[in-house]
Design a protein around this ligand. Structure first.
Ligand code: CP3
Length: 357
C-alpha cells in the first residue's frame, strides 16, 4: 500500500494537528469544467459516465489537476443505490434525475430487493479501485452515499422535489411504511459504504441533502436515527488508519447537538450557520466542514478572498488548532467560472497557516 503524501484532510477530521486547513469542494467534478463536459459526451450521458471505469476515474482527477485540493471524491451519484434496487434511474436533459418506478405502498417497500453492493454496484467498486491506483497516494479518496431519508425522497417522489408532497404524506399517514423503507435503505447503505471502504475509500461522507426539509420533531426519528445506525455499522479502520465519517445534513445547523450522538467524526455545515457558533455547539467533540456559500464563486477575486478570510476567522475564533475542513456549504454550480475555485482553494491554504502555526 502506498503511503499518503498529503493526509491533512484525514488529520483535520480526526482533530489532529495540521500545517494549514485542508479543502475540497462538494461536486468538485462537474459541468462547470469544460473537460468534464468533454468526458461526459465521450461516455454518451451522465449514467454511462458513472459506469465507465476509465472515464469515472478521469473526471474524478480533473479538478485535482486544476486546483490544490486535499481530497478526491469518487465520481458517482447517490441515486445508484435505488437504481440497483430496480427503480430505473434516468436523466432527462436539463430535468434532473427521474425514476421509472416509485415507492408508494407497504407492498412496494416489502418487494425491494436486499442490496448486494459488491455485485449489484460492482462498477462503483471498480471506479474506487481505479481512482485509488491513479491517485497513488497524492491525496485521500472520499467515498459517499445518500442518507436513507434523502434517498427515500427520490424513491417516493420519483425525482427531485420542492415540497416532498408524497414523502410527507407517507410520513403523516403511514409512518410505519416510511420507517420500513428507511431501515431497508440503512442496511443497503451500510453494505454499500463497507464495499467502498474495502475497495479503497479512505473517508466517507453521508449526504443528507434534504434532512433540512424535516420538522424539528421529526429529524431525529426519520433521518438522524438511520444515519446513526449506518455509522455504527461501518468498518472503523483499514490499512491501519481510521476511516472518518462526515455527516452533512443540509439545513441542519440547528441540530448539531443531537447529531453528536451519531458517532460521526465530523459534521458538514451549509452556509446558514456561522462556524464560530457551530464550534461552540459541538464543544470540540467532532470536526466541522464547510461552509462557504457556493454562490460566492460568482464573485471576483477580492470578494472570494474576503469571504474565505471571514470563514476562517470564524472557524478558529476560539483559538482552535485543527478540527476543521474548508468546503462549500453545498455543491459547486455549473455556472461557476473555472478560474474562481483556485482563488478559494489557495486562499484557504495561505490564510489559514497563521492560525495553525
Ligand atoms: O462531489 C463530486 O464531485 C462527486 C460526484 C457527485 C455527483 N452527485 C455527480 C453528479 C456526488 C457526491 C453527487 C451526490 C448527489 N447526487 C446528491 C447529494 C449531494 C447534493 O448535491 O446534495 C444528490 C441530491 C444527487 C442527485 C442528483 N444527481 C441530482 C439532483 C442531479 C441533478 C443535478 C443538477 O444539477 O442537474 C444529479 C446529477 C449529477 N450528479 C451531476 C453530477 C456531476 C450532473 C449530471 C450531468 O453531468 O449532467
Amino acid at each position: 500500500m502506498t503511503t499518503l503524501k498529503n493526509d491533512r484532510f484525514l488529520r483535520a477530521l480526526l482533530r489532529e494537528p495540521v500545517d494549514c486547513t485542508p479543502v475540497w469542494m462538494m461536486r468538485q467534478a462537474g459541468r462547470y469544467l469544460p473537460e468534464y463536459r468533454e468526458s461526459r459526451s465521450q461516455a454518451g450521458d451522465f449514467l454511462s459516465l458513472c459506469k465507465n471505469t476509465d472515464l469515472a476515474c478521469e473526471v474524478t482527477l480533473q479538478p485535482l489537476r486544476r486546483y490544490d485540493l486535499d481530497a478526491a471524491i469518487l465520481f458517482s451519484d447517490i441515486l445508484t443505490v435505488p437504481d440497483a434496487m430496480g427503480l430505473g434511474l434516468y436523466f432527462e436533459a436539463g430535468e434532473g434525475p427521474k425514476f421509472k418506478k416509485t415507492i408508494a405502498t407497504e407492498q412496494d417497500v416489502a418487494a425491494l430487493p436486499k442490496l448486494n453492493a459488491q455485485s449489484d454496484l460492482s462498477y462503483v467498486m471498480d471506479a474506487v479501485r481505479a481512482i485509488r491506483s491513479a491517485l497513488s497516494g497524492q491525496v485521500p479518496l472520499i467515498g459517499f452515499s445518500g442518507s436513507p431519508w434523502t434517498l427515500a425522497t427520490y424513491m417516493i417522489e420519483g425525482g427531485s422535489s420542492k415540497d416532498f408532497r408524497f414523502t410527507k404524506q407517507m410520513l403523516y399517514r403511514q409512518p410505519e411504511v416510511l420507517h420500513a423503507l428507511l431501515d431497508h435503505l440503512a442496511d443497503a447503505v451500510i453494505d454499500y459504504l463497507n464495499a467502498q471502504i474495502d475497495a479503497g475509500a479512505q473517508a466517507i461522507q453521508i449526504f443528507d441533502s434534504w434532512g433540512g426539509a424535516l420538522a424539528h420533531q421529526q429529524y431525529q426519528s426519520f433521518s438522524l436515527q438511520y444515519m446513526q445506525k449506518i455509522v455504527a455499522g461501518l468498518q472503523k479502520e483499514k490499512e491501519g488508519r481510521r476511516i472518518p465519517v462526515i455527516l452533512f445534513t443540509k439545513g441542519g445547523g440547528q441540530w448539531l447537538v443531537p447529531m453528536l450522538a451519531s458517532g460521526a467524526d465530523a459534521l458538514g455545515l451549509d452556509w446558514t450557520t456561522p462556524l464560530d457558533v457551530a464550534r461552540q455547539m459541538v464543544q470540540g467533540r467532532v470536526a466541522l466542514q464547510g461552509n462557504l456559500d457556493p454562490a460566492t464563486l460568482y464573485g471576483d477575486r477580492t470578494t472570494i478572498e474576503t469571504a474565505v478570510k471571514h470563514m476562517l476567522d470564524d472557524a478558529y475564533a476560539a483559538g482552535e488548532k485543527t478540527g476543521y475542513v474548508a468546503n462549500l456549504g453545498h455543491g459547486i454550480t455549473q455556472w461557476v467560472d473555472p478560474d474562481q475555485p483556485k482563488i478559494f482553494v489557495d486562499t484557504v491554504h495561505q490564510y489559514s497557516a497563521k492560525y495553525l502555526a
